[in-house]
Ligand binder design. Structure first.
Ligand SMILES: [Zn+2]
Length: 303
């Protein structure tokens, strides 16, 4: 096994000796050879941090029938980009993923039916998330058994949808902000509420006036609409291939489960439902069951 680490790419590729030679390129692209195929691998962003959305692109010399990333015993198929003859995977690094080098395999099936494994070391760098101290009325923080049961039920209903995403890519080009507003509370903030450590903030809070239209960040299907204890009136959009965006604390919901939505379509209005101290939009993103910073998704130049 030999390996080349290119620091500006924050990534290395290891190839088992039986998979022939390894060629290092001069640009931000790394190349490996699998059989007679030369494969280039790129990762965006160049420095992947905890809580980042990232894009892995494979540019092969010849056609493959299937390309997948193996991560924690799960296989995540790449999408074939016909326009640029490449394979891409929109992936997410959970905010609680420990920093360090991650070994993962890229499984490639050639058109001759041969399967190959190429090992990739994806380096996740540590991100310093800020700490926020909040003081809330005790009744908003201490939950009675009835509410705890409700919260558990709602959590289960949400967890079910993460498994429901289809294998087809539904998003078109880049994701967009659901509204134009300043970030009041960033992603990943460690929260101390009434002097007690609570769950980190897994989205961003955007400043907005009551009843401001909330736009779908990209094309997709409405996976869930709900009125939950914490999230209030909320919409969950499935953009395919395990990519979800969610919109919380709405005053009005203008879509229904199963609806197809287009990028920029109004899906509801800003409110302060659920556990919110004032009107704002909480916007969250989940990719392959990882909680990622919505702003990191916006930065990716997607096809
Ligand atoms: Zn929030």
């Amino acid at each position: 096994m030999f390996r080349v680490i290119v620091p500006w790419e924050a990534m290395s590729i290891s190839v088992s000796p039986f998979i022939v030679s390894l060629i290092v390129t001069l640009s931000a692209v790394q190349a490996v050879a699998v059989d007679s195929n030369s494969i280039k691998v790129r990762v965006w962003p160049e420095r992947v941090q905890q809580g980042d959305a990232c894009l892995i692109q494979l540019i092969p010399d010849g056609p493959f029938t299937r390309v997948a990333l193996r991560w924690r015993k799960e296989a995540f198929p790449f999408h074939r980009e016909e326009a640029c003859d490449s394979y891409s995977l929109l992936f997410g690094i959970d905010l609680d993923e420990p920093a360090g080098k991650k070994k993962c395999q890229i499984v490639i099936q050639t058109s001759q039916g041969k399967a190959h494994d190429t090992a990739i070391n994806l380096e996740v760098t540590e991100k310093q998330f800020p700490t926020q101290y909040l003081v809330l009325p005790p009744e908003m923080v201490t939950l009675n058994s009835e509410i705890l049961e409700r919260v558990r039920r709602e959590k289960k209903a949400v967890q079910r949808i993460w498994k429901s995403s289809g294998p087809t890519k539904l998003w078109k080009s880049r994701f967009m902000m659901p509204l134009d507003g300043e970030v009041l509370s960033p992603f990943g903030v460690r929260r101390i509420i009434n002097k007690e450590r609570r769950n980190p903030h897994t989205g961003i809070d955007l400043r907005a006036k009551l009843a401001t239209p909330v736009l779908a960040s990209n094309e997709g299907i409405v996976a869930l609409t709900a009125e939950h204890f914490f999230a209030g009136k909320s919409v969950f959009l499935d953009h395919g291939m395990g990519v979800f965006t969610m919109y919380f604390h709405l005053s009005k919901i203008w879509v229904a489960e199963g609806d197809k939505v287009i990028r920029g379509q109004v899906i509801g209005l800003v409110g302060k439902t659920g556990r919110a101290t004032g009107p704002h939009l909480h916007w969250g993103v989940r990719i392959k069951n990882s909680r990622v910073d919505p702003l990191s998704l916006l930065r990716l130049k997607l096809e």
